[in-house]
Design a protein around this ligand. Structure first.
Ligand SMILES: C[S@@+](CC[C@H](N)C(=O)[O-])C[C@H]1O[C@@H](n2cnc3c(N)ncnc32)[C@H](O)[C@@H]1O
Length: 449
């Protein structure tokens, strides 16, 4: 059996530039963009050499980023990438469901390794709007997960959920004890959104799952929340579970720590510690996501305007807000508190973008020469969260700035999910394709990513 392992961007279209733009978003993150696009188009070095009518050595040099090929070569890859998307949509490596989907950060990460989304649940109408605009409307988005019967969810291999964190009621358990009623950890989680995740796992028995949450989940409610979650997943649902806190700083210029909990129906040997990550200190800096404002980027109203695509004035803080933030920071400094705004430049890394960024933007304020600082634009937020990546279509932002800030502030960092998905892939395949994929075939499939 030989399955196509060709993966491309969400829409299959790829934006290319022929001219390197040092310091710009597209260029700094990926000097050997050719290699990235070639892999997404699912072509080997030899296949590209045949298609482009040149020798393999030249293709190797393109691949290593030693020389940059001409535009027609990229056009050729783009054409193949479109076919590859069709392949992967019709013949996915595995299927998954996207719960608490937000704007689809988890979905993007798992699509990138060959998964196909077969069910989505998200109840916020603005998040639904963004989700719908960015992903092919292959299925209707379901709303409130607490109202959805597990029997109505289609079969799937992998369950994804970035559920909100809530405390579990110990009181409820004690009462059950007092009444002499049997109870399990699942009972303990009743009334929380984790309970809904657990009941769907219990019914659908996916081969694997990935849950994502804030780092504090581990210490929330003095560790009780995490204890219930792990015991439910391991002891009650019988999954082999591992977790890891990952800082997105290695992938995007933002310090953002999130906990990832991966589970497999059988112990496939999956261990998070085997996932090699770049050191956070070596991650990209803000100049890779800020608007260059030098004409190298096309204007994108209302974020950037004019021939040089300058950031619109609406993002510069008003004198009133800037004075207020400075006074507030001074007051707290005098009282010995750490509160302050985060003033950053191109060489820095941002603090965590939060869902409340729309309020005053204080956690990430961009310095401006001779001007008051400004907020990030929603487009910059899309880049900061890895929703916009080099060589891919721009993420569509159909909502107001306020909603966009909330959505990106709530989201996962896509490249982080991608590496986790990549790390999980061979283990997912072991459970989904076990019967008919030999070990060497599996290694080849996985190596293609
Ligand atoms: C932390 S965010 C997840 C963001 C997502 N991982 C992303 O990358 O955009 C949690 C999401 O769960 C949604 N949500 C909360 N309660 C829900 C419910 N009962 N049913 C469906 N969605 C819900 C929220 O609207 C929010 O978008």
């Amino acid at each position: 059996m030989k399955r196509a392992l060709k993966k491309v961007s969400r829409t299959g279209k790829t934006a290319f530039r022929t001219k390197p733009r040092t310091g710009s978003f597209l260029y700094t993150q990926s000097p050997n963009r050719f290699s990235e696009v070639r892999r997404k188009a699912g072509l080997s070095i030899g296949e590209v050499a045949d298609l482009a009518g040149c020798n393999r050595r030249t293709v190797y040099r393109w691949d290593k980023g030693e020389i940059i090929p001409r535009k027609p070569v990229f056009d050729l890859l783009e054409k193949n990438a479109v076919f590859a998307l069709k392949d992967s949509a019709d013949d996915p490596l595995f299927t998954f469901i996207d719960l608490f989907a937000g704007i689809g950060g988890m979905r993007m990460g798992f699509e990138a390794v060959g998964g196909k989304c077969v069910f989505t649940s998200e109840w916020n109408k603005y998040a639904q709007e963004t989700y719908q605009k960015n992903f092919l409307p292959d299925h209707r988005i379901a709303g409130d997960i607490t109202k959805i019967e597990a029997e109505d969810i289609p079969d799937h291999d992998v369950l994804l959920a970035g559920f909100p964190c809530q405390p579990f009621s110990i009181a409820g358990v004690s009462k059950k004890n007092a009444l002499g009623r049997p109870h399990g950890f699942l009972c303990e989680a009743q009334g929380t959104l984790f309970f809904d995740v657990a009941r769907i796992i219990a019914h659908c028995r996916p081969k694997a799952f990935l849950l994502e949450n804030v780092k504090n989940l581990a210490s929330h409610d003095r560790g009780n929340t995490f204890r219930v979650i792990m015991k439910t997943l391991r002891e009650e649902l019988g999954y082999s579970v591992d977790f890891r806190i990952i800082d997105a700083k290695a992938f995007v210029p933002q310090h953002r720590e999130r906990i990832f909990i991966a589970g497999f129906r059988k112990d496939t040997g999956f261990r998070f510690k085997d996932l090699c990550l770049t050191s956070p200190g070596e991650g990209p800096r803000l100049n890779s996501i800020l608007h260059p404002e030098d004409g190298m980027e096309q204007e994108e109203p209302p974020y950037t305007l004019g021939p040089n695509a300058k950031v619109a004035d609406r993002y510069t803080l008003t004198p009133k807000l800037w004075n207020y933030l400075q006074r507030y920071a001074e007051k707290h400094k005098a009282a010995g508190n750490g509160f302050g705004f985060g003033l950053v430049g191109g060489g820095d890394t941002a603090r965590t973008l939060s869902a409340r960024y729309y309020k005053d933007g204080s956690e990430i304020l961009v310095k401006q020469k001779g001007k008051r600082p400004r907020r990030l634009t929603p487009r910059e937020c899309a880049r900061l969260m890895g929703f916009d990546q080099p060589g891919r279509d721009r993420f569509r932002i159909p909502v107001s700035d306020t909603q966009a800030y909330k959505q990106f502030g709530n989201a996962v960092v896509v490249p982080v999910v991608e590496v986790v998905a990549k790390h999980m892939l061979s283990h997912i395949l072991r459970l989904t394709h076990y019967a008919y994929v030999t070990q060497p075939e599996q290694e080849t499939m996985v190596a293609a990513y």
